[in-house]
Design a protein around this ligand. Structure first.
Ligand SMILES: Cc1cc2nc3c(=O)[nH]c(=O)nc-3n(C[C@H](O)[C@H](O)[C@H](O)COP(=O)(O)OP(=O)(O)OC[C@H]3O[C@@H](n4cnc5c(N)ncnc54)[C@H](O)[C@@H]3O)c2cc1C
Length: 593
Protein backbone atom coordinates (compact mmCIF):
# COMPACT_ATOMS: atom_id res chain seq x y z
CA UNK A 1 0.00 0.00 0.00
CA UNK A 2 1.32 3.46 -0.84
CA UNK A 3 2.08 5.57 2.20
CA UNK A 4 0.31 8.86 1.98
CA UNK A 5 1.48 11.44 4.47
CA UNK A 6 -1.71 13.48 4.31
CA UNK A 7 -4.03 10.54 5.03
CA UNK A 8 -2.12 9.19 7.99
CA UNK A 9 -3.75 10.00 11.29
CA UNK A 10 -0.74 9.91 13.58
CA UNK A 11 0.07 13.59 13.53
CA UNK A 12 -3.45 14.29 14.72
CA UNK A 13 -2.41 12.69 18.00
CA UNK A 14 0.36 15.24 18.26
CA UNK A 15 -0.83 18.76 18.74
CA UNK A 16 0.92 21.14 16.41
CA UNK A 17 0.63 24.06 18.71
CA UNK A 18 2.02 26.61 16.33
CA UNK A 19 -0.72 25.99 13.76
CA UNK A 20 -4.50 25.92 13.81
CA UNK A 21 -5.54 22.26 14.00
CA UNK A 22 -6.96 22.32 10.50
CA UNK A 23 -3.92 23.80 8.75
CA UNK A 24 -1.99 21.39 6.59
CA UNK A 25 1.57 21.26 7.92
CA UNK A 26 3.71 23.45 5.70
CA UNK A 27 6.72 21.77 4.09
CA UNK A 28 10.21 22.53 5.27
CA UNK A 29 9.34 24.40 8.50
CA UNK A 30 11.61 24.39 11.49
CA UNK A 31 10.28 22.44 14.43
CA UNK A 32 10.71 22.30 18.20
CA UNK A 33 9.40 18.98 19.48
CA UNK A 34 8.59 18.16 23.10
CA UNK A 35 7.50 14.85 24.55
CA UNK A 36 6.08 14.35 28.05
CA UNK A 37 3.64 11.66 29.17
CA UNK A 38 1.87 14.01 31.59
CA UNK A 39 -0.72 15.86 29.45
CA UNK A 40 -0.72 18.87 31.78
CA UNK A 41 3.05 19.26 31.70
CA UNK A 42 3.09 18.56 27.98
CA UNK A 43 0.62 21.37 27.33
CA UNK A 44 2.46 23.78 29.58
CA UNK A 45 5.82 23.06 27.85
CA UNK A 46 4.19 23.67 24.48
CA UNK A 47 2.60 26.89 25.76
CA UNK A 48 5.93 28.21 27.04
CA UNK A 49 7.65 27.27 23.80
CA UNK A 50 4.96 28.84 21.64
CA UNK A 51 5.06 32.10 23.58
CA UNK A 52 8.72 32.68 22.84
CA UNK A 53 9.40 30.70 19.66
CA UNK A 54 5.99 30.23 18.01
CA UNK A 55 6.57 32.92 15.37
CA UNK A 56 9.67 31.27 14.00
CA UNK A 57 9.26 27.59 14.83
CA UNK A 58 6.43 25.11 14.66
CA UNK A 59 5.88 23.64 18.12
CA UNK A 60 5.00 19.96 18.08
CA UNK A 61 4.18 18.04 21.23
CA UNK A 62 3.72 14.33 21.88
CA UNK A 63 2.70 12.33 24.92
CA UNK A 64 4.88 9.25 24.43
CA UNK A 65 8.19 8.32 22.86
CA UNK A 66 6.69 6.14 20.10
CA UNK A 67 4.18 8.86 19.22
CA UNK A 68 6.96 11.44 18.99
CA UNK A 69 9.07 9.11 16.82
CA UNK A 70 6.14 8.60 14.47
CA UNK A 71 5.76 12.36 14.19
CA UNK A 72 9.50 12.72 13.49
CA UNK A 73 9.33 10.12 10.72
CA UNK A 74 6.54 12.03 9.03
CA UNK A 75 8.38 15.31 9.39
CA UNK A 76 11.46 13.69 7.85
CA UNK A 77 9.44 12.57 4.84
CA UNK A 78 8.03 16.05 4.45
CA UNK A 79 11.48 17.61 4.61
CA UNK A 80 10.90 19.48 7.89
CA UNK A 81 13.94 20.43 9.96
CA UNK A 82 13.88 19.70 13.67
CA UNK A 83 15.98 22.09 15.73
CA UNK A 84 15.43 20.90 19.31
CA UNK A 85 14.08 17.72 20.90
CA UNK A 86 12.91 18.17 24.50
CA UNK A 87 12.14 14.87 26.19
CA UNK A 88 10.92 14.04 29.64
CA UNK A 89 13.15 11.41 31.24
CA UNK A 90 10.58 9.30 33.09
CA UNK A 91 7.97 8.03 30.66
CA UNK A 92 6.33 4.60 30.65
CA UNK A 93 7.32 2.19 27.87
CA UNK A 94 10.07 4.24 26.32
CA UNK A 95 11.98 6.66 28.52
CA UNK A 96 13.38 9.97 27.33
CA UNK A 97 16.86 8.63 26.67
CA UNK A 98 15.58 5.72 24.62
CA UNK A 99 13.49 8.15 22.62
CA UNK A 100 16.40 10.54 22.05
CA UNK A 101 18.67 7.68 21.01
CA UNK A 102 16.23 6.64 18.26
CA UNK A 103 15.45 10.23 17.32
CA UNK A 104 19.18 10.77 16.65
CA UNK A 105 18.94 8.39 13.69
CA UNK A 106 16.31 10.63 12.10
CA UNK A 107 17.63 14.04 13.12
CA UNK A 108 21.29 13.70 14.13
CA UNK A 109 21.97 17.43 14.39
CA UNK A 110 18.82 18.35 16.36
CA UNK A 111 19.81 19.55 19.82
CA UNK A 112 18.86 17.10 22.56
CA UNK A 113 17.52 18.32 25.89
CA UNK A 114 16.31 16.03 28.67
CA UNK A 115 13.77 17.23 31.22
CA UNK A 116 14.24 15.67 34.62
CA UNK A 117 12.56 15.95 37.97
CA UNK A 118 15.00 16.51 40.81
CA UNK A 119 14.96 12.85 41.86
CA UNK A 120 16.01 11.70 38.38
CA UNK A 121 19.14 13.80 38.19
CA UNK A 122 21.62 11.07 39.07
CA UNK A 123 20.27 8.67 36.48
CA UNK A 124 20.17 11.42 33.87
CA UNK A 125 23.76 12.47 34.52
CA UNK A 126 24.96 8.89 34.27
CA UNK A 127 23.24 8.46 30.94
CA UNK A 128 24.11 11.83 29.46
CA UNK A 129 26.71 10.48 27.10
CA UNK A 130 24.58 7.67 25.73
CA UNK A 131 22.80 10.20 23.54
CA UNK A 132 25.46 12.90 23.65
CA UNK A 133 22.94 15.05 25.45
CA UNK A 134 23.29 18.76 24.87
CA UNK A 135 21.57 19.81 28.08
CA UNK A 136 19.44 18.54 30.90
CA UNK A 137 16.87 20.77 32.48
CA UNK A 138 15.47 20.39 35.94
CA UNK A 139 11.69 20.60 36.30
CA UNK A 140 9.97 22.86 37.14
CA UNK A 141 11.68 25.68 35.21
CA UNK A 142 9.60 28.62 36.33
CA UNK A 143 10.09 31.34 35.43
CA UNK A 144 10.88 30.22 31.87
CA UNK A 145 12.56 33.57 31.15
CA UNK A 146 15.29 32.58 33.59
CA UNK A 147 15.49 28.83 33.36
CA UNK A 148 14.08 27.62 30.04
CA UNK A 149 14.59 30.31 27.40
CA UNK A 150 18.31 30.97 27.98
CA UNK A 151 18.99 27.25 27.58
CA UNK A 152 16.92 27.02 24.41
CA UNK A 153 18.37 30.22 22.96
CA UNK A 154 21.81 28.70 23.34
CA UNK A 155 20.74 25.39 21.81
CA UNK A 156 19.09 27.12 18.87
CA UNK A 157 22.21 29.21 18.24
CA UNK A 158 24.29 26.02 18.20
CA UNK A 159 21.79 24.33 15.89
CA UNK A 160 21.77 27.28 13.50
CA UNK A 161 25.57 27.11 13.34
CA UNK A 162 25.40 23.51 12.07
CA UNK A 163 22.15 23.87 10.20
CA UNK A 164 23.64 24.25 6.73
CA UNK A 165 25.16 20.80 7.00
CA UNK A 166 21.83 19.18 7.70
CA UNK A 167 20.50 19.59 4.18
CA UNK A 168 18.32 16.55 3.56
CA UNK A 169 18.15 16.94 -0.19
CA UNK A 170 21.63 15.81 -1.24
CA UNK A 171 21.23 12.55 -3.09
CA UNK A 172 23.83 9.94 -3.84
CA UNK A 173 22.91 7.44 -6.55
CA UNK A 174 25.29 4.55 -6.88
CA UNK A 175 25.75 0.86 -7.03
CA UNK A 176 25.40 -1.09 -3.81
CA UNK A 177 28.76 -2.79 -4.28
CA UNK A 178 30.81 0.02 -5.81
CA UNK A 179 34.00 1.06 -4.05
CA UNK A 180 33.72 4.69 -5.08
CA UNK A 181 30.07 4.86 -4.01
CA UNK A 182 30.94 3.66 -0.53
CA UNK A 183 33.85 6.13 -0.38
CA UNK A 184 31.59 9.08 -1.26
CA UNK A 185 28.95 7.98 1.26
CA UNK A 186 31.61 7.57 3.95
CA UNK A 187 33.09 10.97 3.07
CA UNK A 188 29.71 12.69 3.45
CA UNK A 189 28.88 10.82 6.64
CA UNK A 190 32.23 11.61 8.25
CA UNK A 191 31.80 15.26 7.39
CA UNK A 192 28.34 15.06 8.97
CA UNK A 193 26.54 15.96 5.78
CA UNK A 194 23.10 14.32 5.67
CA UNK A 195 22.34 12.64 2.37
CA UNK A 196 19.85 10.30 0.84
CA UNK A 197 21.27 7.23 -0.84
CA UNK A 198 19.46 5.63 -3.76
CA UNK A 199 20.72 2.38 -5.30
CA UNK A 200 21.22 2.93 -9.03
CA UNK A 201 19.14 -0.15 -9.81
CA UNK A 202 16.15 0.98 -7.73
CA UNK A 203 13.11 2.62 -9.28
CA UNK A 204 13.81 6.01 -7.65
CA UNK A 205 17.51 5.84 -8.49
CA UNK A 206 16.78 5.04 -12.13
CA UNK A 207 14.20 7.83 -12.34
CA UNK A 208 16.75 10.38 -11.13
CA UNK A 209 19.42 9.11 -13.52
CA UNK A 210 16.96 9.36 -16.40
CA UNK A 211 15.90 12.85 -15.29
CA UNK A 212 19.58 13.84 -15.24
CA UNK A 213 19.83 12.48 -18.79
CA UNK A 214 22.59 10.08 -17.79
CA UNK A 215 20.69 7.08 -19.13
CA UNK A 216 17.35 6.04 -20.63
CA UNK A 217 14.71 3.90 -18.88
CA UNK A 218 15.71 0.75 -20.77
CA UNK A 219 19.51 1.10 -20.61
CA UNK A 220 21.67 0.32 -17.58
CA UNK A 221 23.69 3.36 -16.58
CA UNK A 222 27.39 3.45 -17.50
CA UNK A 223 29.17 2.41 -14.24
CA UNK A 224 31.90 4.99 -14.96
CA UNK A 225 29.36 7.75 -14.22
CA UNK A 226 28.60 6.42 -10.74
CA UNK A 227 28.14 7.52 -8.11
CA UNK A 228 26.08 10.51 -9.14
CA UNK A 229 25.63 13.23 -6.53
CA UNK A 230 22.65 15.56 -6.90
CA UNK A 231 22.95 18.76 -4.86
CA UNK A 232 19.99 20.48 -3.18
CA UNK A 233 19.74 22.98 -6.03
CA UNK A 234 19.62 20.17 -8.58
CA UNK A 235 23.20 20.22 -9.84
CA UNK A 236 24.22 16.79 -11.08
CA UNK A 237 27.77 15.60 -10.40
CA UNK A 238 28.63 12.31 -12.16
CA UNK A 239 31.55 10.44 -10.53
CA UNK A 240 32.71 13.48 -8.54
CA UNK A 241 35.98 13.75 -6.62
CA UNK A 242 35.82 14.34 -2.86
CA UNK A 243 36.90 17.95 -3.47
CA UNK A 244 34.02 18.54 -5.91
CA UNK A 245 31.55 17.07 -3.44
CA UNK A 246 33.04 19.14 -0.60
CA UNK A 247 32.72 22.39 -2.54
CA UNK A 248 29.09 21.73 -3.46
CA UNK A 249 27.99 20.80 0.05
CA UNK A 250 29.49 23.89 1.66
CA UNK A 251 32.76 22.50 3.07
CA UNK A 252 35.70 24.89 2.84
CA UNK A 253 38.48 23.68 0.55
CA UNK A 254 40.51 26.85 -0.03
CA UNK A 255 42.49 28.77 2.59
CA UNK A 256 41.40 32.38 3.07
CA UNK A 257 44.95 33.68 2.83
CA UNK A 258 48.44 32.35 2.06
CA UNK A 259 50.28 32.94 5.35
CA UNK A 260 49.41 31.82 8.90
CA UNK A 261 51.10 31.72 12.26
CA UNK A 262 50.42 28.01 12.49
CA UNK A 263 49.61 25.35 9.91
CA UNK A 264 48.31 22.06 11.33
CA UNK A 265 48.40 19.14 8.90
CA UNK A 266 45.78 16.47 9.69
CA UNK A 267 42.48 16.91 11.53
CA UNK A 268 42.43 13.85 13.76
CA UNK A 269 42.38 14.31 17.54
CA UNK A 270 45.95 15.67 17.59
CA UNK A 271 45.28 18.21 14.84
CA UNK A 272 41.93 19.25 16.29
CA UNK A 273 43.55 19.64 19.72
CA UNK A 274 46.29 21.78 18.19
CA UNK A 275 43.74 23.90 16.30
CA UNK A 276 41.64 24.54 19.42
CA UNK A 277 44.65 25.57 21.50
CA UNK A 278 46.39 27.46 18.69
CA UNK A 279 43.36 29.55 17.78
CA UNK A 280 42.24 30.07 21.37
CA UNK A 281 45.68 31.39 22.22
CA UNK A 282 45.61 33.96 19.47
CA UNK A 283 47.60 32.24 16.72
CA UNK A 284 46.24 32.61 13.18
CA UNK A 285 45.69 28.89 12.75
CA UNK A 286 44.69 26.77 9.77
CA UNK A 287 43.87 23.07 9.93
CA UNK A 288 44.41 21.19 6.69
CA UNK A 289 42.80 17.80 6.15
CA UNK A 290 42.98 15.41 3.20
CA UNK A 291 39.63 13.76 3.87
CA UNK A 292 37.31 14.35 6.83
CA UNK A 293 37.88 15.66 10.34
CA UNK A 294 38.18 13.09 13.10
CA UNK A 295 40.91 10.86 11.71
CA UNK A 296 40.83 7.34 13.10
CA UNK A 297 38.86 8.47 16.13
CA UNK A 298 36.12 9.68 13.78
CA UNK A 299 35.64 6.06 12.78
CA UNK A 300 35.25 4.81 16.31
CA UNK A 301 31.71 3.84 17.22
CA UNK A 302 32.34 4.44 20.92
CA UNK A 303 35.46 5.67 22.66
CA UNK A 304 35.18 4.48 26.24
CA UNK A 305 38.40 5.74 27.78
CA UNK A 306 38.43 9.44 26.90
CA UNK A 307 38.53 11.62 29.96
CA UNK A 308 35.24 13.21 30.94
CA UNK A 309 32.94 10.78 29.11
CA UNK A 310 32.14 8.08 31.66
CA UNK A 311 29.66 6.40 29.33
CA UNK A 312 31.78 6.70 26.22
CA UNK A 313 31.40 9.00 23.27
CA UNK A 314 31.20 8.20 19.58
CA UNK A 315 34.06 9.43 17.42
CA UNK A 316 31.59 11.39 15.27
CA UNK A 317 30.22 13.27 18.28
CA UNK A 318 33.67 14.03 19.65
CA UNK A 319 34.81 15.25 16.24
CA UNK A 320 31.76 17.44 15.71
CA UNK A 321 32.28 19.10 19.08
CA UNK A 322 36.00 19.59 18.55
CA UNK A 323 35.48 21.05 15.09
CA UNK A 324 32.89 23.50 16.38
CA UNK A 325 35.16 24.41 19.26
CA UNK A 326 38.07 25.11 16.91
CA UNK A 327 35.81 27.20 14.65
CA UNK A 328 34.51 29.14 17.66
CA UNK A 329 38.04 30.26 18.45
CA UNK A 330 38.61 31.27 14.83
CA UNK A 331 40.63 28.35 13.46
CA UNK A 332 40.21 27.92 9.72
CA UNK A 333 39.55 24.41 8.45
CA UNK A 334 40.04 23.25 4.89
CA UNK A 335 39.18 19.75 3.83
CA UNK A 336 39.99 17.45 0.87
CA UNK A 337 43.44 19.06 0.67
CA UNK A 338 46.24 16.56 0.86
CA UNK A 339 49.69 17.91 1.69
CA UNK A 340 52.48 16.21 -0.23
CA UNK A 341 55.60 18.26 0.57
CA UNK A 342 57.16 20.37 3.28
CA UNK A 343 59.59 23.09 2.25
CA UNK A 344 61.85 25.29 4.36
CA UNK A 345 62.09 28.82 3.00
CA UNK A 346 64.19 30.83 5.46
CA UNK A 347 62.05 31.27 8.57
CA UNK A 348 58.87 30.34 6.66
CA UNK A 349 57.61 26.78 6.70
CA UNK A 350 55.68 25.94 3.53
CA UNK A 351 53.38 23.02 2.82
CA UNK A 352 52.58 22.05 -0.77
CA UNK A 353 49.27 20.48 -1.74
CA UNK A 354 48.91 17.67 -4.25
CA UNK A 355 47.57 20.16 -6.83
CA UNK A 356 50.71 22.30 -6.47
CA UNK A 357 49.18 25.10 -4.36
CA UNK A 358 51.30 26.25 -1.43
CA UNK A 359 50.60 27.61 2.02
CA UNK A 360 53.19 29.15 4.35
CA UNK A 361 53.40 29.83 8.05
CA UNK A 362 55.76 30.53 10.90
CA UNK A 363 55.31 27.03 12.31
CA UNK A 364 53.84 23.67 11.30
CA UNK A 365 52.40 20.86 13.41
CA UNK A 366 52.39 17.47 11.69
CA UNK A 367 49.39 15.47 12.91
CA UNK A 368 48.93 13.03 10.05
CA UNK A 369 48.36 9.93 12.18
CA UNK A 370 48.39 6.45 10.75
CA UNK A 371 46.36 4.43 8.28
CA UNK A 372 45.39 0.77 8.28
CA UNK A 373 47.72 -1.78 6.84
CA UNK A 374 46.32 -3.68 3.88
CA UNK A 375 45.53 -7.31 4.44
CA UNK A 376 47.42 -9.32 1.86
CA UNK A 377 45.50 -12.30 0.47
CA UNK A 378 44.20 -13.19 -2.99
CA UNK A 379 40.97 -11.43 -3.94
CA UNK A 380 40.98 -8.82 -1.17
CA UNK A 381 42.21 -5.81 -3.13
CA UNK A 382 39.71 -6.43 -5.97
CA UNK A 383 36.86 -6.59 -3.46
CA UNK A 384 37.86 -3.56 -1.39
CA UNK A 385 34.82 -1.30 -1.11
CA UNK A 386 32.67 -4.16 -2.40
CA UNK A 387 32.26 -6.03 0.85
CA UNK A 388 35.86 -5.64 2.10
CA UNK A 389 36.46 -2.47 4.12
CA UNK A 390 39.37 -0.97 6.04
CA UNK A 391 38.15 0.58 9.26
CA UNK A 392 34.59 0.60 10.40
CA UNK A 393 32.75 1.97 7.34
CA UNK A 394 29.82 2.70 9.63
CA UNK A 395 27.62 3.64 6.70
CA UNK A 396 27.60 -0.08 5.92
CA UNK A 397 26.05 -1.02 9.26
CA UNK A 398 22.40 -1.02 8.09
CA UNK A 399 23.37 -3.27 5.16
CA UNK A 400 24.72 -5.82 7.63
CA UNK A 401 21.31 -6.43 9.16
CA UNK A 402 20.69 -10.17 9.52
CA UNK A 403 24.04 -11.01 7.90
CA UNK A 404 27.16 -12.72 9.21
CA UNK A 405 29.89 -10.07 9.49
CA UNK A 406 33.62 -10.83 9.72
CA UNK A 407 36.09 -8.56 11.50
CA UNK A 408 39.85 -9.10 11.41
CA UNK A 409 42.06 -7.83 14.23
CA UNK A 410 42.77 -8.32 17.88
CA UNK A 411 43.18 -4.73 19.11
CA UNK A 412 40.66 -2.28 20.59
CA UNK A 413 39.60 -0.89 17.22
CA UNK A 414 38.51 -4.36 16.05
CA UNK A 415 36.80 -5.03 19.39
CA UNK A 416 34.83 -1.79 19.23
CA UNK A 417 33.76 -2.57 15.69
CA UNK A 418 32.58 -6.03 16.79
CA UNK A 419 30.44 -4.49 19.53
CA UNK A 420 29.06 -1.88 17.12
CA UNK A 421 28.18 -4.30 14.32
CA UNK A 422 26.62 -6.77 16.77
CA UNK A 423 23.71 -4.32 17.00
CA UNK A 424 22.94 -4.94 13.35
CA UNK A 425 24.39 -8.25 12.21
CA UNK A 426 22.97 -11.70 12.88
CA UNK A 427 26.42 -12.79 14.00
CA UNK A 428 29.81 -11.08 14.21
CA UNK A 429 32.88 -13.28 13.75
CA UNK A 430 35.99 -11.71 15.23
CA UNK A 431 39.03 -13.30 13.59
CA UNK A 432 42.19 -13.12 15.70
CA UNK A 433 45.53 -14.54 14.63
CA UNK A 434 46.81 -14.99 18.20
CA UNK A 435 45.73 -17.44 20.86
CA UNK A 436 43.58 -14.98 22.82
CA UNK A 437 42.25 -11.46 22.86
CA UNK A 438 43.65 -10.59 26.26
CA UNK A 439 47.16 -9.87 25.02
CA UNK A 440 46.08 -7.16 22.60
CA UNK A 441 42.73 -5.74 23.73
CA UNK A 442 41.69 -3.68 26.77
CA UNK A 443 40.17 -5.70 29.56
CA UNK A 444 36.88 -3.76 29.56
CA UNK A 445 36.35 -4.57 25.88
CA UNK A 446 37.21 -8.26 26.28
CA UNK A 447 34.55 -8.45 28.99
CA UNK A 448 32.02 -6.53 26.93
CA UNK A 449 32.54 -8.90 24.00
CA UNK A 450 32.21 -11.95 26.25
CA UNK A 451 28.79 -10.67 27.28
CA UNK A 452 27.42 -10.39 23.73
CA UNK A 453 26.04 -13.67 22.40
CA UNK A 454 26.11 -12.53 18.81
CA UNK A 455 29.90 -12.14 18.79
CA UNK A 456 31.96 -15.25 18.19
CA UNK A 457 35.72 -14.93 18.72
CA UNK A 458 37.82 -17.20 16.48
CA UNK A 459 41.39 -17.33 17.77
CA UNK A 460 44.23 -18.76 15.69
CA UNK A 461 42.36 -17.74 12.54
CA UNK A 462 43.60 -15.91 9.45
CA UNK A 463 41.99 -14.81 6.21
CA UNK A 464 43.68 -16.57 3.29
CA UNK A 465 41.49 -15.35 0.44
CA UNK A 466 38.26 -13.73 -0.67
CA UNK A 467 36.04 -14.31 -3.68
CA UNK A 468 32.76 -13.16 -5.15
CA UNK A 469 31.10 -12.05 -8.33
CA UNK A 470 31.30 -8.24 -8.16
CA UNK A 471 31.19 -8.25 -4.37
CA UNK A 472 32.39 -10.36 -1.46
CA UNK A 473 30.64 -13.72 -1.25
CA UNK A 474 33.15 -16.12 0.32
CA UNK A 475 36.17 -16.02 2.60
CA UNK A 476 38.82 -18.68 2.91
CA UNK A 477 39.99 -18.99 6.50
CA UNK A 478 42.94 -20.88 7.93
CA UNK A 479 42.25 -22.11 11.43
CA UNK A 480 44.93 -23.36 13.79
CA UNK A 481 43.82 -25.41 16.78
CA UNK A 482 45.50 -27.58 19.38
CA UNK A 483 44.62 -31.25 19.29
CA UNK A 484 44.32 -33.29 22.50
CA UNK A 485 47.79 -34.86 21.99
CA UNK A 486 49.47 -31.48 22.21
CA UNK A 487 49.93 -31.21 18.45
CA UNK A 488 48.48 -28.55 16.15
CA UNK A 489 45.80 -29.05 13.58
CA UNK A 490 45.57 -26.63 10.67
CA UNK A 491 42.53 -26.63 8.42
CA UNK A 492 41.08 -24.39 5.74
CA UNK A 493 37.43 -23.42 5.64
CA UNK A 494 35.44 -21.57 3.03
CA UNK A 495 32.62 -19.56 4.62
CA UNK A 496 29.88 -17.45 3.00
CA UNK A 497 30.43 -13.76 3.86
CA UNK A 498 29.14 -10.43 2.59
CA UNK A 499 31.13 -8.07 4.83
CA UNK A 500 34.72 -8.11 6.04
CA UNK A 501 36.11 -5.23 8.10
CA UNK A 502 39.88 -5.14 8.55
CA UNK A 503 41.71 -3.60 11.52
CA UNK A 504 45.25 -4.93 11.42
CA UNK A 505 47.65 -2.34 12.67
CA UNK A 506 48.75 0.83 11.13
CA UNK A 507 51.48 2.59 9.19
CA UNK A 508 52.34 6.28 9.65
CA UNK A 509 51.25 8.65 6.91
CA UNK A 510 54.63 10.32 6.56
CA UNK A 511 56.11 9.14 3.23
CA UNK A 512 55.90 12.69 1.90
CA UNK A 513 58.29 13.82 4.66
CA UNK A 514 61.08 11.51 3.54
CA UNK A 515 64.40 13.34 3.49
CA UNK A 516 62.95 16.46 5.15
CA UNK A 517 62.44 15.41 8.76
CA UNK A 518 64.04 12.49 10.57
CA UNK A 519 61.85 9.36 10.68
CA UNK A 520 62.47 6.03 12.39
CA UNK A 521 62.83 2.81 10.36
CA UNK A 522 59.04 2.32 10.39
CA UNK A 523 58.38 5.85 9.17
CA UNK A 524 57.28 7.47 12.45
CA UNK A 525 58.57 11.03 12.93
CA UNK A 526 61.28 11.36 15.57
CA UNK A 527 61.06 14.38 17.88
CA UNK A 528 62.53 16.15 20.89
CA UNK A 529 64.74 14.13 23.23
CA UNK A 530 64.61 11.15 20.83
CA UNK A 531 66.64 13.23 18.37
CA UNK A 532 69.37 14.22 20.78
CA UNK A 533 72.62 12.33 21.12
CA UNK A 534 73.90 12.16 24.71
CA UNK A 535 71.83 15.23 25.48
CA UNK A 536 73.33 17.23 22.62
CA UNK A 537 71.61 18.48 19.47
CA UNK A 538 71.70 16.09 16.48
CA UNK A 539 74.15 16.59 13.62
CA UNK A 540 72.94 19.29 11.23
CA UNK A 541 70.57 20.87 13.74
CA UNK A 542 70.80 24.60 12.93
CA UNK A 543 69.75 26.25 16.23
CA UNK A 544 71.82 26.97 19.34
CA UNK A 545 69.49 24.94 21.55
CA UNK A 546 68.36 21.33 21.57
CA UNK A 547 65.00 20.51 19.90
CA UNK A 548 61.93 21.16 22.04
CA UNK A 549 59.97 18.12 23.17
CA UNK A 550 57.72 17.60 20.14
CA UNK A 551 59.94 19.42 17.67
CA UNK A 552 61.20 17.46 14.68
CA UNK A 553 64.66 17.67 13.12
CA UNK A 554 63.48 20.91 11.44
CA UNK A 555 63.10 23.83 13.88
CA UNK A 556 59.55 25.18 13.90
CA UNK A 557 58.09 21.90 12.63
CA UNK A 558 56.43 19.86 15.37
CA UNK A 559 54.74 16.46 15.43
CA UNK A 560 51.80 15.35 17.55
CA UNK A 561 49.77 12.17 17.93
CA UNK A 562 50.11 8.76 16.31
CA UNK A 563 52.56 9.91 13.62
CA UNK A 564 55.21 10.54 16.28
CA UNK A 565 57.71 7.79 17.07
CA UNK A 566 56.99 6.23 20.48
CA UNK A 567 53.54 7.85 20.73
CA UNK A 568 50.83 6.24 22.83
CA UNK A 569 48.24 5.66 20.04
CA UNK A 570 45.36 6.95 22.14
CA UNK A 571 42.85 9.74 21.62
CA UNK A 572 43.69 11.46 24.90
CA UNK A 573 47.42 11.45 24.28
CA UNK A 574 46.96 12.71 20.71
CA UNK A 575 44.79 15.60 21.95
CA UNK A 576 47.30 16.28 24.73
CA UNK A 577 50.23 16.33 22.32
CA UNK A 578 48.31 18.71 20.04
CA UNK A 579 47.88 21.10 22.96
CA UNK A 580 51.47 20.68 24.10
CA UNK A 581 52.82 21.27 20.60
CA UNK A 582 51.05 24.66 20.57
CA UNK A 583 52.77 25.62 23.80
CA UNK A 584 56.10 24.73 22.18
CA UNK A 585 55.19 26.68 19.04
CA UNK A 586 54.83 29.76 21.27
CA UNK A 587 58.26 29.10 22.72
CA UNK A 588 59.70 28.70 19.22
CA UNK A 589 58.05 31.93 18.01
CA UNK A 590 59.39 33.84 21.02
CA UNK A 591 62.88 32.66 20.02
CA UNK A 592 62.40 34.16 16.55
CA UNK A 593 61.68 37.64 17.88
C1 LIG B 1 38.20 2.24 15.06
C2 LIG B 1 39.14 2.85 16.06
C3 LIG B 1 38.81 2.91 17.39
C4 LIG B 1 39.67 3.53 18.31
N1 LIG B 1 39.29 3.57 19.61
C5 LIG B 1 40.06 4.20 20.51
C6 LIG B 1 39.63 4.32 21.86
O1 LIG B 1 38.58 3.84 22.24
N2 LIG B 1 40.41 5.00 22.71
C7 LIG B 1 41.60 5.56 22.33
O2 LIG B 1 42.24 6.20 23.15
N3 LIG B 1 42.04 5.44 21.06
C8 LIG B 1 41.30 4.77 20.15
N4 LIG B 1 41.73 4.64 18.85
C9 LIG B 1 43.02 5.22 18.49
C10 LIG B 1 42.88 6.73 18.25
O3 LIG B 1 41.77 6.96 17.41
C11 LIG B 1 44.13 7.31 17.65
O4 LIG B 1 45.19 7.12 18.56
C12 LIG B 1 43.97 8.80 17.36
O5 LIG B 1 42.93 9.02 16.42
C13 LIG B 1 45.27 9.40 16.80
O6 LIG B 1 45.02 10.73 16.48
P1 LIG B 1 45.94 11.52 15.43
O7 LIG B 1 45.32 12.86 15.30
O8 LIG B 1 47.35 11.42 15.83
O9 LIG B 1 45.85 10.72 14.05
P2 LIG B 1 44.61 10.27 13.16
O10 LIG B 1 43.42 10.05 13.98
O11 LIG B 1 45.15 9.14 12.35
O12 LIG B 1 44.32 11.54 12.22
C14 LIG B 1 45.22 11.94 11.23
C15 LIG B 1 44.49 12.81 10.22
O13 LIG B 1 45.43 13.38 9.32
C16 LIG B 1 44.92 13.34 7.99
N5 LIG B 1 46.07 13.31 7.07
C17 LIG B 1 46.98 12.32 6.95
N6 LIG B 1 47.90 12.65 6.03
C18 LIG B 1 47.57 13.88 5.55
C19 LIG B 1 48.13 14.76 4.58
N7 LIG B 1 49.27 14.43 3.92
N8 LIG B 1 47.52 15.94 4.32
C20 LIG B 1 46.39 16.29 5.00
N9 LIG B 1 45.81 15.48 5.94
C21 LIG B 1 46.40 14.31 6.22
C22 LIG B 1 44.12 12.05 7.97
O14 LIG B 1 43.14 12.06 6.92
C23 LIG B 1 43.50 12.04 9.35
O15 LIG B 1 42.25 12.70 9.37
C24 LIG B 1 40.91 4.04 17.90
C25 LIG B 1 41.27 3.97 16.55
C26 LIG B 1 40.40 3.38 15.65
C27 LIG B 1 40.79 3.31 14.21
Amino acid sequence: MTRSIERRPTLAAVTESGLPASSPPSRGRKVLLSVDDDPGVSRSVARDLRRRYGAEYRIVRAESGPQALEALREMKLRGDDVAVLLADYRMPGMNGLEFLEQAMDLYPVARRVLLTAYADTDAAIQAINIVDLDHYLLKPWDPPEEKLYPVLDEQLAAWRATDHRALPEIKVIGHRWSRRTSEVREFLARNQVAYHWLPSDSGDGMRLLVAAELTTPDTPVDPALLPVVVTPDGEVLPAPTDAQVAQRVGLETRPATDFYDLIVVGAGPAGLGAAVYGASEGLRTILVESSAAGGQAGQSSRIENYLGFPDGVSGAQLTDRARRQAAKFGAEFVTTRQVDALEINGSARTVRFVDGDRLSGHAVILATGVSYRQLEAPGLSELTGRGVYYGSAMTEAPNCRDQDVYIVGGANSAGQAAVYFSRYARRVHLLVRGASLEASMSHYLVEQIAGIDRIVVHTGTEVMGASGDGHLEHLTLRVRSNDPDGGQEIREEIVPASHLFVFIGAAPRTDWLDGVVTRDPRGFVVAGPDLTVDGSAPVGWPADRVPYHLETSVPGVFVAGDARAESAKRVASAVGEGAMAVMLVHRYLEGLE
